[in-house]
Design a binder for this molecule. Structure first.
Ligand code: ADP
Length: 590
């Protein structure tokens, strides 16, 4: 454990990586270091001047000389305050500057990750990395590193001055050290255990509340309110007890620490006084000095372990954050071709793809979609329909074969330019907790309001939006829970329609809507796909009937292709088989 701790704190390689982010602010870094050193020196100068006043001016009754030293004391105090202010402000300033840059860089990195990453890693972990871990890194600067340097330096200087001034009094101070050290260690050990329990109880409380609130419908349907209430009271009691334990440990430790420091003062006064009376090698000024310096030795000693802990926790966070920063999980964007406006000719040749090695999901698909053609892809769940969408828009790269758009391999097209030309509407519509307007424009200020309104009218959602309080400014809370699935689909259509891409990919919603909404959605789809190359993962009969081509997919292969009537007419048709056997899987409302 100790080795591990040491290894983490003094992981120089990691520290150097962090220092790269400090580099732009090295002026402040040096400023903080220098103020830390000066602070340690000046906090010793002041008590030392007091010793001089007592021994060299008060006892010989030199009032004029004393006034000069008091002036020096004031200057020293003033400088200590100034250095303290500079130190605290710039240590925090530096920390905030560094984590600001780190967080932006981390978020930029995450934005470029392949979608696969988000499927395979818990989202909560990424949120923790970008928010909590980065915050902890700031404490390396504000509460860890510099304070440790300042404390160690101060303790070192205090010991030197003590030994220089009087050896016997120094020994008395050092003799109490083991007691303070032992008590501190005991306190920290108990505190660590208590805090672990607190953290556990807080997590427990959080997940309990979160789960019950998100699953409130189930709680109420099954009449579980009373049971949940009683259970919550128990969890809350554990939580309270865990906190009370930390309060208890704190309330014991601090009086004990105070008593030991008072005992030490007593010992210094007792031995010093005895010495002055019997064999004057000690002066009254020395007693004053030792009382003050012993406090200056013990205070940092009590806190230094905490600061090492902060530093260690900060370094653990640095390690975690850099693990993500250094992760190479991007879609390679080497394409040079920039497509201004595409015609929409799509071509697949023997495309094979697997999400996980050895588990082929697309098993050699070849197809051609002519510009302006409306193509419906149908097939049972798991056939690979959504995967085809993922491949065309390069959310994943194919293992072998070719995908061309307008004759260019999609890997040679600049990623941004490729995606700009493709409009995608997925089944699950993601909405920001923001206004309807921003959800349509996706915060793109180049889109004019009149454009939004005209497009909404064409798509057929304007009237609905106007019924909402504040119309387009209506705030969609918490991912659009207030909107029906049909309304969410229409907003998603509008998002794409307004951008007018030449190639459209649509994953029709499977959830049922009433016939009135059905009609609006069908009109919207017709409007959206007019004059465009469109690929629709179709679930509705109307869409399938209106397509220029139907592709039937099963287990990663195209098993049939053609127009609706031909497919129905042909003997042993897969399409027909699906139609009869699994109507819901293939075509809703058939
Ligand atoms: P469909 O859209 O036709 O229902 P998908 O294209 O979603 O089918 O899925 C095809 C197959 O790929 C399924 O077996 C599914 O389990 C698998 N699959 C889909 N997404 C992933 C993923 N991110 N990682 C691993 N396997 C996946």
């Amino acid at each position: 454990m100790k080795k591990n701790l040491k290894g983490k704190i003094f992981n120089l390689k990691l520290f150097k990586k962090l220092m790269v982010f400090v580099k732009p602010y090295r002026f402040y870094y040096h400023l903080v270091l220098i103020t830390a050193i000066l602070l340690s020196v000046f906090s010793i100068v002041t008590p030392y001047l007091l010793k001089i006043i007592v021994d060299d001016y008060i006892r010989p009754k030199d009032y004029q000389g004393m006034k000069i030293i008091i002036l020096f004391m004031l200057i020293s105090l003033f400088l200590t305050v100034i250095f303290q202010i500079l130190f605290v402000y710039f240590a925090n300033f530096l920390g905030q500057k560094v984590i600001n840059d780190l967080r932006v860089k981390l978020f930029k990195r995450i934005l470029d990750f392949k979608l696969d990453y988000f499927k395979k890693n818990p989202i909560g972990r990424l949120v923790t990395r970008t928010v909590n871990d980065i915050e902890t890194i700031a404490s390396i600067f504000s509460q860890g590193l510099f304070l440790i340097i300042a404390d160690l330096l101060q303790m070192f200087l205090v010991i030197i001055v003590m030994l220089y001034v009087n050896f016997e009094l120094s020994l008395i101070v050092f003799s109490i050290l083991p007691v303070v050290l032992y008590a501190t260690k005991l306190f920290q050990k108990s505190m660590k255990k208590a805090f672990e329990e607190v953290r556990f109880q807080v997590a427990n409380l959080n997940s309990y509340v979160q789960e019950r609130i998100s699953g409130m419908k189930i709680v109420q349907i099954f009449n579980r309110e009373n049971e949940e209430y009683e259970k919550f009271k128990v969890i809350n009691r554990f939580h309270r007890n865990a906190w009370l334990k930390t309060v208890w440990i704190n309330s014991i430790f601090f009086p004990v620490a105070e008593i030991s420091s008072s005992v030490l003062i007593g010992l210094i006064v007792w031995y010093g006084g005895y010495n002055i009376i019997t064999d004057p090698t000690i002066t009254i000024g020395m007693i004053f000095l030792f009382i003050q310096m012993s406090q200056m030795l013990f205070r940092p000693l009590r806190q230094i372990a905490d600061k090492f802990n902060t530093l260690q926790m900060g370094m653990v966070s640095v390690e975690r954050v850099f693990k993500i920063l250094e992760l190479d999980f991007k879609i390679i964007d080497n394409g040079k071709i920039i497509l201004k406006s595409i015609k929409g000719l799509i071509f697949f040749k023997n495309v094979k793809f697997s999400y996980n090695k050895g588990e082929e999901v697309i098993k050699g698909i070849s197809l051609k979609i002519e510009p302006g053609q409306k193509t419906a892809i149908v097939g049972p769940t798991g056939a690979g329909k959504s995967t085809i969408i993922n491949l065309i828009s390069r959310f994943y790269d194919i293992d072998s074969g070719k995908i061309h758009i307008d004759g260019f391999s999609i890997q040679n097209i600049e990623l941004n330019s490729l995606r700009k030309n493709i409009g995608i509407v997925l089944q699950e519509v993601f909405l920001y907790a923001d206004s309807i307007y921003n959800n349509i424009t996706l915060f793109d200020s180049s889109i004019k309001k009149s454009e939004v309104i005209n497009s909404a009218k064409e798509i057929g959602i304007h009237d609905f939006i106007m019924t909402l309080p504040n119309g387009y400014d209506f705030n969609i809370q918490e991912r659009g829970q207030m909107l029906s699935s049909g309304q969410r689909q229409l907003i998603a259509f509008l998002r794409v329609y307004i951008r007018n891409p030449k190639l459209l990919i649509l994953d029709e919603a499977t959830s049922s809507v009433d016939s009135y909404s059905e009609e609006i959605i069908q009109n919207a789809i017709n409007k959206l796909t007019k004059g465009k190359t469109s690929i629709i993962i179709a679930h509705r009969l109307d869409t399938i009937k209106n397509s220029d081509k139907i592709i039937v997919l099963d287990r990663g292969k195209i098993v049939e292709e053609g127009v609706y009537n031909d497919l129905l007419k042909s003997k042993n048709s897969y399409f027909k088989k699906f139609n009869i056997k699994k109507p819901l899987n293939l075509v809703k409302n058939l």
